[in-house]
Ligand binder design. Structure first.
Ligand code: HEM
Length: 152
């Protein structure tokens, strides 16, 4: 489903504010996912420090781990690329397809996990940028999740 020009403008406005703190915000999203949905830790076997501390660490402690910070920034950077192309479905699909396939085939991430991560992202956007941010950016996460699903 393509987005209307007005929706794209609003979503980009919110994203610009949120993405200024890409590393912090990415780390918060991942840390909350790990604490609120501990089964998601099982995909990150490469993250040794995370694996050894997640059981006892708080969300704030997890946010400080370099593995979590680096990966959080990577995830938000990939989302940033998508936001730049959200007005061009062919370009958007070209970005999402390899990433979706990697998560599906190589990383074996259940497609439902994307909904979890996006819901946490939207909550944090509302906390940081106001309640409207959630409604404004949900249109983007809906398109992203829909496109990721189509690669599975
Ligand atoms: C919109 C949501 C997401 C985006 C934009 C995203 C983006 C990325 C990117 C850019 C990478 C690096 C790929 C590479 O190095 O080639 C990655 C890796 C990975 N992602 Fe995602 N991801 C998302 C959701 C998820 C979810 C929901 C999970 C699981 C709960 C997940 C699990 C992983 C794992 C396990 C890796 C490999 C980490 C490593 O060993 O370095 N991702 N993701």
């Amino acid at each position: 489903m393509a987005l209307a020009a007005d929706d794209i403008q609003k979503a980009r406005g919110v994203w610009e504010k949120f993405y200024v703190n890409a590393e912090d915000n990415g780390a918060i999203v991942l840390s909350r996912m790990f604490k609120e949905h501990p089964h998601t830790l099982s995909y990150f076997t490469n993250f040794k420090e995370l694996q050894s501390t997640a059981g006892t660490a708080s969300v704030t402690e997890l946010e400080g781990l370099s593995e979590v910070r680096t990966h959080g920034k990577k995830v938000l950077s990939a989302l940033n690329d998508m936001v730049q192309q959200v007005d061009n479905m062919d370009a958007l699909k070209a970005i999402i397809e390899p990433l979706g396939k990697k998560h599906a085939v190589e990383l074996k991430v259940d497609v439902k996990e994307f909904e979890i991560l996006c819901a946490i992202l939207l909550e944090l956007m509302a906390e940081k940028c106001g309640e409207d941010a959630k409604t404004d950016f949900k249109k983007v996460t809906d398109v992203v999740c829909e496109q990721i699903k189509s690669t599975y």
